[in-house]
Design a protein around this ligand. Structure first.
Ligand code: VGL
Ligand code: ZN
Length: 192
């Protein structure tokens, strides 16, 4: 699929957190898919990705997206909880990969706002843009959970920032809450 070439590659692993895999907001098929993603990263030549960014939903206990606070979701990805932790097989694969830099970016930390896309978080969004620009990234590979929310919204924001031509959407490693319709719609609409 991906070879180590001269182009500077960034891998974005979106919200590969236990609550979306086998916790309170578990996505169908996510355990197998995320194991497969970890295995895939492990097979790549070291340093295929110059940069790896891992995003994390990082909610305070009273986050407005939770049902008990008037939102739509069950409690998930509480700050520093097990459910909010990064799936260990992926973390292991990432740390062994030999990227120049691995960066953790949080979002959803403000109780008043939901930030599906990492670019909606002011600090993390700016950091991601800086990483893309400073490393002269040519290709942005995006994976993770969930395609119809956080991955999809991040794709839309990256397209809006002008990075559509660099985007590579790895649908084999993106789990969806719906049947994939939302993500397919985004990919088709923006010709990704
Ligand atoms: C997400 C629902 C609520 C996601 C985050 O990561 O896609 N979905 N919070
Ligand atoms: Zn959330």
């Amino acid at each position: 699929m991906i070879s180590k070439t001269q182009s500077n590659k960034l891998l974005i692993l979106t919200d590969v957190q236990y609550d979306f895999i086998n916790g309170s907001l578990a996505v169908d098929g996510a355990p197998e898919m995320m194991e497969a993603l970890a295995a895939y990263i492990s097979t790549l030549p070291a340093g295929t990705f110059k940069n790896i960014v891992m995003t994390a939903d990082f909610h305070p206990w009273n986050h407005s997206s939770f049902k008990e606070s008037g939102g739509t979701w069950p409690v998930h990805c509480l700050q520093f909880s097990h459910g909010g932790a990064i799936f260990q097989p992926i973390l292991n694969a990432v740390y062994k990969h030999g990227a120049e830099e691995v960066t953790m970016l949080i979002k959803g930390n403000n109780p008043a706002v939901d930030e599906y896309s990492v670019l909606q978080n002011p600090e993390s969004g700016q950091r991601l843009v800086d990483i893309i620009e400073e490393n002269e990234i040519d290709e942005i590979y995006i994976t993770g959970l969930c395609g119809d929310y956080c991955v999809g919204e991040s794709i839309l924001d990256l397209v809006a920032k002008g990075y559509g031509d660099k985007l590579r959407v790895m649908t084999d490693f993106i789990g969806n809450i719906d049947d994939g319709t939302v993500l397919r719609g985004i990919i088709e609409k923006h010709k990704l």
